[in-house]
Ligand binder design. Structure first.
Ligand code: C6P
Length: 406
C-alpha cells in the first residue's frame, strides 16, 4: 500500500491545525474524503443534477441511472444476491430504526426476546428499547475482560422466544471483531432473525453478506470515504418484501387514493421523498477507491499501525487502555484514559499538536460502564494514516501527562 500516494488524494490532510500538520485519528467517527469522491459529487451537480424517478427528460434519466447504478455498486461490494436488497438510508441509526419499526414492531409480541451484546453502539440498543412497551425483553451478551464476546454464553441465552439477534461486527470502542458468521448460525438454528451493525467493519475489511448469512446489515457511507447522510440497510429480499414501510409519502408508492395507498416494491418503498443522489454517487466513488486499494490491504495496514501504537502506549506510564489486548483484537481502534485526566482535556491538548482524537462516551455508555469508565479518549486509524503520525500522537500524550502532573 502506497500510503504517501493515498495521502496525496486527501486534500484535507494538507491542512494545518494550530500551525501543525493535521493528524486525523478520528476516522471511526467519520472518515476524510479523497479528491475522487469530491470530484464525483461536483461533477454530478455541474452536469447531471435532477430529481430521479420523476420524469423522462435527459437529466432526470441520468440522475436516475447514477442513483440506481450506485445501488448496484453497493450490492456487489457486500456481495448481496440482488441490487433490490440495498435500501439507501441516511446512516446506520436510520437503518436500525427501519428494522426496529418496520420489522420488530409489527412482528414481535409480548414475551418475545431480542438478544444484543453489551458492546453495542447506542444505534443498536436504543431503537430496540421501544419494543419493551410491547412486553418484549432485551437481553445482553456479556464480554470478557479482554474485550471479546462471551461466545460460550450465547447458547444458554438464546431461547425459543428469541426472535432477533443483533450484534455489532466491529466495536467502535474496543476494535473487537465479533465472530458474526458463528453467531448468525446460532441465531438461524434457533429460528431467530440475524442483524449486523457493520458501521465499523464495512469501511475497514471485506464484508460478505452471503458468507455471514445475515438477514440485515447496516452501515454508514461517511465512515468509508463517502459523504454524510448516505447509508445502507441491506436486507434479504424475501424479508424486505414482507415488511411495511417506515417513512411514508412520495416516491415510495405505486398508487395513492385519498384514504389508502399501494406501496412501491422494495427497496423503493423504504425510500420516501427525494433521495440523496449526491450521497449515492459519492458512496459509489468511495467504494471504487476502497476496492482499488483493497480491503484486505487496508485491514492489514491498520493492524500494523495499531500494533505500533499499542507498543508505544504500553511504554507510557499512566495510560490505561479500556481493555488490554493485541492489535488483532482491537484492529484500528484504541480507547484509553490517563488516570484522572478527563478525556476532553486529553483531546484539547492533543489538538495543540494538530492531533484529532475522539473523547467522551463514544455513544456506547453501557460498554464503558462495564469497564468502569464514564468517558474515554479514542484514537482510530484508516488507510491514510502514517506511522509518524502515531509518534506525534504519543508526543502529545507526554504533554498531557506533564500538564496534569501524571
Ligand atoms: N460511531 C463513533 O465515533 P451513524 O452515526 O448512524 O452514522 O453511525 C452510528 C454507529 C453505529 N454503530 C457503530 C458501531 C458505530 O461506531 C456508529 C458510529 C461513531 O464511534 C459516532 S458515535
Amino acid at each position: 500500500m502506497d500510503v504517501e500516494k493515498i495521502r496525496g488524494d486527501f486534500p484535507i490532510l494538507k491542512r494545518k491545525i494550530n500551525n501543525k500538520p493535521l493528524v486525523f485519528l478520528d476516522s471511526a467517527s467519520t472518515s476524510q474524503k479523497p479528491q475522487q469522491v469530491i470530484d464525483a459529487i461536483k461533477n454530478y451537480y455541474e452536469n447531471h443534477n435532477a430529481n430521479p424517478h420523476r420524469s423522462i427528460y435527459t437529466l432526470c434519466d441520468e440522475a436516475t441511472q447514477i442513483y440506481e447504478k450506485s445501488r448496484g455498486k453497493v450490492s456487489k461490494f457486500i456481495n448481496a444476491k440482488k441490487d433490490e436488497e440495498i435500501v439507501f438510508v441516511r446512516n446506520t441509526n436510520e437503518a436500525m430504526n427501519i428494522v426496529a419499526y418496520s420489522y420488530a414492531m409489527n412482528n414481535l409480541k409480548e414475551g418475545d426476546e431480542i438478544l444484543l451484546t453489551i458492546m453495542e453502539h447506542h444505534a443498536n440498543i436504543v431503537p430496540w428499547q421501544m419494543l419493551q412497551k410491547k412486553g418484549v425483553k432485551l437481553k445482553f451478551i456479556d464480554i470478557n475482560d479482554d474485550g471479546t464476546l462471551k461466545m460460550d454464553t450465547i447458547n444458554d441465552m438464546i431461547t425459543k422466544n428469541t426472535k432477533i439477534v443483533s450484534v455489532v461486527h466491529k466495536s467502535n470502542v474496543l476494535g473487537t471483531i465479533n465472530h458474526v458468521k458463528e453467531i448468525g448460525k446460532i441465531a438461524h438454528d434457533n429460528g431467530s432473525l440475524f442483524v449486523v451493525d457493520g458501521a465499523q467493519s464495512v469501511p475497514h475489511m471485506p464484508v460478505d453478506v452471503k458468507d455471514i448469512d445475515c438477514d440485515f446489515l447496516a452501515f454508514s457511507g461517511h465512515k468509508m470515504l463517502a459523504p454524510m447522510n448516505i447509508g445502507v440497510l441491506y436486507g434479504k429480499k424475501e424479508i424486505l418484501e414482507k415488511m411495511e414501510p417506515f417513512m411514508r409519502g412520495s416516491d415510495m408508492i405505486k398508487e395513492v387514493q385519498l384514504t389508502e395507498s399501494v406501496w412501491n416494491d422494495s427497496p423503493w418503498k423504504f425510500e420516501a421523498g427525494t433521495p440523496n443522489v449526491e450521497g449515492a454517487i459519492g458512496l459509489s466513488e468511495a467504494i471504487d477507491y476502497l476496492k482499488g486499494v483493497g480491503l484486505d490491504n487496508i485491514s492489514g495496514y491498520e493492524e500494523k499501525l495499531t500494533e505500533y501504537a499499542l507498543e508505544k502506549l504500553n511504554g507510557i506510564s499512566g495510560v490505561k487502555l479500556v481493555s488490554p489486548g493485541n492489535a488483532k483484537l482491537r484492529n484500528g481502534v484504541i480507547s484509553f484514559n490517563i488516570g484522572g485526566v478527563h478525556s476532553h482535556d486529553i483531546a484539547y491538548i492533543l489538538d495543540e499538536f494538530g492531533v484529532a482524537i475522539r473523547s467522551g462516551h463514544m455513544c456506547a455508555q453501557p460498554l464503558l460502564r462495564r469497564f468502569g469508565f464514564q468517558s474515554v479518549a479514542r484514537a482510530s486509524f484508516y488507510l491514510y494514516n502514517a506511522k509518524e503520525e502515531i509518534d506525534t500522537f504519543v508526543e502529545g500524550l507526554e504533554k498531557v501527562k506533564k500538564v496534569f502532573g501524571k
